[in-house]
Design a protein around this ligand. Sequence first.
Ligand code: PAN
Ligand code: ZN
Length: 192
Amino acid sequence: MRTLPFTLKLPFGDRPLEWDNYIVRTLSSMQGQYFDQAAYSSLLAADDQLLYEVYEILVPKVEGELLHGVSIVHPGKVGNEYFMTKGHFHDVLETGEVYYCMRGTGMMVMETPEGDSQVLGMSAGEVLYVPPRWAHRSVNTNATEDLVMFFIYPGNAGHNYGTIEQKGFRKLVVEQDGQPTIIDNPRWQNAS
Ligand code: PAN
Ligand code: ZN
């Protein structure tokens, strides 16, 4: 846990050199999240492949601190739906987050508990702001390149994954006619 001022080396488009915590998410951690369940099952049976990685710089998880790090979503699809992060609300709903897209192209799928929904494109060099109350999921829409992003959020934010695991997001990002396309999630209404 870092409690004194420090600098961080972030080679362009790469992981931090001095990370404290490394998280990997493979296909098996996304049970029930992809629309095409048959495609998900057959991909998983072939290989529990790596979807994304997170390199975290750890500071105390308290109000006033700023947690930060780098996430890397790899290219790929489950059926027509692109590789993506699990996505979450923050436990402390009233906390925002800043993402800086270092490399690649993708979309951030966001929604509020009140039913507002937005999907914004991201490409290298862009900063994306996720306001308080907005759940967020990053989607890599590039066929060959990683989506690499630096993120910063309040130390006391916490993560609520359960709501998204149960309900999913209202919007999905899928490939249609070779293009990333935002569609309504047909399974969202069925969730409790
Ligand atoms: C990011 C995310 C990271 C991985 O650090 O945690 O992109 O996504 P999931 O946490 O949804 O698996 C962040 O938004 N932190 O709050
Ligand atoms: Zn977050």
